[in-house]
Design a protein around this ligand. Sequence first.
Ligand SMILES: Cc1cc2nc3c(=O)[nH]c(=O)nc-3n(C[C@H](O)[C@H](O)[C@H](O)COP(=O)(O)O)c2cc1C
Length: 328
Amino acid sequence: MADLATTYLGLKLKNPLIASASPLSADVDTVKQLAAAGAAAVVLPSLFEEQIEVERMRLGTHHRDLLPEGLRHVPDLAGYNQGLSGYIAHLYKVKKAVDIPVIASINAYEGGDWAHYARILESAGADALELNIYYLSAKPHASGVQVEQMYLNLVRDIRGSLQKIPVAVKVSPYFSAMAHMAQQITAVGASGLVLFNRFYQPDFDIETRQVTPSLDLSSSTELRLRLRWAAILSSQITADIAITGGVHSTQDVVKALMAGATVTMMTSALYKNGINYLTTLRDGLSSWLDKHGHESVADVRGVMSQKYVADPAALERANYMYVLQSNT
Ligand SMILES: Cc1cc2nc3c(=O)[nH]c(=O)nc-3n(C[C@H](O)[C@H](O)[C@H](O)COP(=O)(O)O)c2cc1C
């Protein structure tokens, strides 16, 4: 039987399947089920920068009128991620309940006190930290360079504050020079890049004229963007690559590995098919490797990366031209 073991952020994993940050990991029993079904590691739901700011003011979101303008929109997320103290207690309980690595997640966009909170999460037992930088730059005077610098400062501060656990950075694909940004994030201390954040696009209710939040689960088509970037980046940066977004089948997992990803992460597939679907994927991966005569995941990792292409951008342009004429 093929060896599924892998290493992500220096952590030894029994296979390349991770449950990504979601409410599924907000409950100790569900985390146990994830581990029993074959998850090699679990990412806890994110703690949000704004949430901590509100908590620190000790006003709570029910005293919205007293909050600074920028924080009045912040929902009460305690039911989602249990708030800072609840999060630390949850992390501690999860660590005791399962023997797989537990990755804490923070969702931030500015320096703030994150270095301090990252250290607290490390002391509470997190095996690694996933820093989700979810920032939509909407200020015309803020340049791309400034926004990128903000990202880098955040990663550097958090990396600098941690004693020994690694940091992975979950990013969006919306950079004008993604490869350069990936390399810079690695240079300031990220051991892993998680590709990619999904920006949930709010909808308009035309009757009430309200902006309505909407959450659509992903499908395998979303994987392609991640495959492209994993294939471009995997041989050019030293950080491990995790693919999150659109991993739904055994074939998707194999494709991600072939593109050069170290691990695949999933949420939508587990919501759609149930937690035990992880077992189907793990066994499916094992059978696929056996059937194709591979002894381990390492045999296929990166075989379709763009390592041997001198200028991946030229390949991308050529592919684009092929696609345009493929329907004629
Ligand atoms: C209900 C829900 C809650 C989520 N919460 C978080 C979160 O707290 N932090 C985070 O980084 N990602 C969060 N995500 C994003 C997932 O971790 C994942 O990156 C995304 O859903 C894409 O992967 P998928 O195609 O496997 O669903 C959430 C996704 C869903 C569906």
